[in-house]
Design a binder for this molecule. Structure first.
Ligand code: URA
Length: 186
């Protein structure tokens, strides 16, 4: 199965209550052959309206950080979320909603086979790296799991709220650029 076939299947998903409130399901976007994948938490208002991940204010910041290290969603990364439907009032997705939805992300991983996965924020990092992951303490660290490197960094929405952390987040993106070069992923 390719990514667009998986997307088609996912569009019918009604596995949890989040499907009730969606305008659009937000499957993911980017290059199917990307070596680098970014995973956020779940769609916000703009993402729900447009059916694409990270297209609101936090998405603009993400695109700037990507551009600063020669990455772009149109070229060499793939971007998805832990849950594909918007949680009401942008609350954190519940563990049971994440449990239902994570199978889609696993299937996306199987098709894309990224070499590096960057977790944007606590929800993704705790789900994909370690349940006790602390962004403030562990951001920028690479952890190997099953031949894939995982790194957690600040969520772009958190950076909009706390701009004092932008410098640290930028350093994480520079570390990502170094890792991409070291591994010859470009
Ligand atoms: N925040 C997320 O975690 N994901 C999006 O797609 C948009 C905002």
């Amino acid at each position: 199965m390719n990514l667009s076939q998986l997307n088609e299947k996912c569009l019918d998903c009604r596995a949890c209550g989040l499907c009730e409130g969606r305008t659009n399901l937000v499957f993911g976007t980017g290059n199917e052959n990307a070596k680098i994948m970014f995973v956020g938490e779940g769609p916000g208002e703009q993402e729900d309206l447009q059916g694409l991940p990270f297209v609101g204010r936090s998405g603009q910041l993400l695109d700037k950080l990507l551009a600063a290290v020669d990455l772009s969603r149109d070229e060499n990364v793939y971007i998805a979320n832990i849950v594909k439907c918007r949680p009401p009032k942008n609350r954190d997705p519940l563990p049971e909603e994440q449990d239902e939805c994570i199978k889609w992300l696993r299937d996306q991983f199987k098709i894309i086979r990224p070499k590096i996965v960057v977790c944007l924020g606590r929800i993704a990092a705790q789900r994909l790296i370690s349940p006790d992951f602390r962004v403030t303490r562990q951001h920028g660290e690479f952890t190997e799991k099953g031949g894939v490197l995982f790194m957690g960094t600040y969520h772009p929405s958190a950076l909009l709220r706390y701009p004092e952390n932008k410098e640290a987040a930028f350093a994480d993106f520079l570390a990502l650029r170094d890792k991409i070069e070291e591994l010859g992923l470009k």
